[in-house]
Design a protein around this ligand. Structure first.
Ligand code: AMP
Length: 363
């Protein structure tokens, strides 16, 4: 154990890279535990700035600002996985960075992620790296159509990917997505999509939440439902796999693991996110310890909290003008969370609600 592994005392300052809704919810949880937060984000209109006592508005490449930020905080974490590698290394040399740079490197690049998962014996959809059209043609013949062509980096909410039905489609998609590095994945005929939010403490303790069943609309997460409509065996396998991934990364903090469930109940990991996750927002309403508090506990070296669920729940994202549901459309068992974003835009996540059912359904 090093002095860095000791629990941070209340009153310490948690540095958070990124000022979106996830940073905002982390800051709120940190405040509840008696910490101060310092949020670093280049966008002066960041929603997290409303709820943090300390902030820096600067580019992620600004070493002078990064140095001052590091000097002002006791630990550094982040709310998005695309933190530039140099920024992560620079900060990690000055203060504990949790989760570490390895989790970032692995999750920033789909090929690195698939290589890591395969080494850890975690099944993923068959895939091939695509440097040029010839290899694309070969890979499509091998993997079979349809398949999904994706950029290896910086894809989210369905951006940077195309389903391709044949070689003609594939060539068009290649033209649109290249020269970025690409990967072709076999199309998975899944029964449903689930995710597991898992936390690992500084001491290696693991706490996993039950899987949620996730439904997307226009490539954006729409609902997460718990309990998921899957067999107990499948849920247990997903939880075990998520824990194994956290171990293999020597991870500290909360990690989101997304799975495809195949009709035979077998699981494939779609992707991992080294941060609190949209499909874990349900924990806020119905768990003893929610994912935001759990992340702060983990990175502060505190004991993890109990992730047990106390009620059934459906989390629904409010996208674009759906935010107008708040307040008039709220029932008494609906817990709202608005992100305080000034500008409503189509496709922008503006808030979420948790519909809580106090009577637990029999599984
Ligand atoms: P991703 O950005 O990789 O998380 O993909 C976004 C969504 O696209 C996933 O949640 C799935 O609904 C769908 N998707 C991505 N990859 C595949 C695949 N290989 N097979 C089937 N559906 C996929």
């Amino acid at each position: 154990m090093t002095s860095n592994d000791l629990p941070l005392p209340m009153g310490s300052t948690i540095g958070i890279l990124g000022g979106g809704q996830l940073g905002r919810m982390l800051a709120l949880a940190a405040a509840r535990l008696g910490f101060r937060t310092h949020i670093y984000c280049p966008d002066p209109a960041s929603p997290a700035f409303d709820v943090t006592p300390l902030k820096t508005v600067a580019a992620y490449e600004d070493e002078t600002a990064l140095q001052a930020f590091a000097a002002a905080v006791d630990v550094v974490t982040y709310e998005f996985e695309n933190v530039p590698a140099h920024t992560a290394e620079f900060l990690a040399a000055l203060k504990p960075l949790r989760p570490g740079a390895r989790a970032l490197a692995v999750s920033q690049d789909r090929l690195a992620e698939k290589a890591f998962l395969s080494l850890a014996r975690v099944p993923v959809a068959p895939f091939a790296a695509i440097p040029d059209l010839d290899i694309l043609e070969q890979a499509l013949a091998e993997l079979g159509a349809p398949a999904v062509l994706k950029t290896t980096r910086l894809g989210y909410d369905g951006k940077g990917q195309r389903i391709v039905a044949n070689m003609e489609d594939a060539a068009l998609a290649f033209e649109v997505l290249s020269p970025k590095p690409l990967v072709l994945e076999a199309f998975v005929a899944f029964e449903c999509e689930i995710s597991v939010i898992v936390a690992r403490g500084v001491d290696g303790a693991i706490a996993a939440y039950e899987p949620s069943e996730n439904v997307h609309r226009d490539h954006i997460l729409k609902t997460s439902t718990v309990p998921a409509g899957i067999r107990g065996k499948t849920a247990a396998a997903a939880i075990e796999t998520a824990g194994r991934i956290a171990e293999a990364l020597d991870y500290v903090g909360v990690l989101g693991v997304e799975f495809f469930v195949r009709p035979n109940g077998k699981l494939l990991v779609n992707e991992i996110a080294p941060r609190v996750h949209n499909s874990g927002h349900w924990t806020e309403a119905v768990c003893i310890t929610d994912q935001f508090e759990q992340h702060i506990r983990a990175i502060a070296g505190w004991p993890l909290g109990d992730p047990s669920r106390m009620a059934d729940v459906v989390m629904e994202n409010l996208v674009g003008d759906e935010i107008e549901l708040i307040p008039a459309g709220l029932g008494s068992t609906i817990r709202p969370h608005a992100y305080g974003k000034a500008e409503v835009r189509r496709g922008r996540k503006m808030g979420h609600i948790n519909r809580v059912s106090l009577k637990r359904r029999a599984k």
